[in-house]
Design a protein around this ligand. Structure first.
Ligand code: 13P
Length: 257
């Protein structure tokens, strides 16, 4: 008897670990209890290790609020503070978070924003300095470190230039993952090179938003009489899934759970 033909497993089923990163703005929009419940339900249903992570937390209080609500990881972004102050504030959060078994990501250097045109001078001015990043890790004890290496949040207007040498210099001296923010719109070969250089966590947001909104526009553009949100939110969800599946493949995170 012939065995039934199996369709290949979608990458979704290939045991990738996940980091569900939530900004303060997204938290305000979704509500902290609902955010935690979504992550818990996803972890239970998928059986995958899913970290619930606060992205770009701005204060001690918001980090503690997230930890109390059930987050497993928090970022404190003190990059707009002077260097020594950033160390001091990050250290306080690491001490409190570690006491509760929660990991902390810190940030050094300035990662450009959505509206930034990445002229080289501007980008260079905000890059992280390897010796500062190493001391930052040693003094704070963070579990992951975001360093500005040329990427920016949002889609790029110009060409992105990643300073792989900075990643390599820091990775050689610290044992925790280096985080690459602004993953949207970075060409695949540059992402591969950044991973080879040692980037251990890559943040992607805007590409999901672009895919989501394009799918909704397409549905509504074809039929202006649609009123059932499921008619456009289902394709939007499918479009975002495709983005995430492609990143799982590109980042090599299949079967890493
Ligand atoms: P993008 O929106 O450019 O993907 O950046 C996401 C990010 O780094 C969130 O911290």
């Amino acid at each position: 008897m012939n065995s039934p033909k199996r369709s290949p497993k979608p990458p979704w089923k290939k045991n990738p670990p996940f980091i569900f990163g939530v900004s303060e703005g997204a938290l305000k929009y979704m509500g902290i209890e609902y955010t935690v419940a979504i992550a818990e339900a996803a972890a239970k249903k998928s059986g995958l290790p899913i970290a619930l992570h606060l992205d770009h937390g701005s204060t001690f209080d918001i980090a503690m609020k997230c930890i109390r609500a059930g987050f497993s990881s928090v970022m404190f972004d003190g990059s707009h503070h002077p260097y020594e102050e950033n160390i001091k504030l990050t250290k306080e959060i690491v001490k409190a978070a570690h006491a509760m078994g929660v990991s902390v990501e810190g940030e050094l250097g300035t990662i450009g924003g959505v509206e930034d045109d990445l002229s080289v001078d501007e980008a260079d001015a905000s890059l992280a300095k390897p010796e500062e990043a190493i001391r930052f890790y040693e003094e704070t004890g963070v579990d992951a470190l975001a360093i500005a290496v040329g990427t920016a949040h949002g889609m790029y207007k110009g060409e992105v230039k990643i300073h792989y040498d900075i990643i390599e210099a820091v990775v050689a001296k610290i044992p925790v993952p280096i985080v690459l923010h602004g993953g949207s719109g970075v060409p695949d070969d540059m992402i591969r090179k950044a991973i080879q250089a040692g980037a251990g966590k890559i943040n992607v947001n805007t590409e999901n938003q672009v895919a989501c909104t394009a799918a909704i526009r397409e549905v509504l553009g074809k039929d202006a009489n649609v009123i059932d949100p499921r008619k456009y939110l289902t394709p939007a969800r499918t479009a975002m899934k495709a983005v995430v599946q492609e990143k799982i493949r590109l980042f090599g995170s299949s079967n890493q759970a």
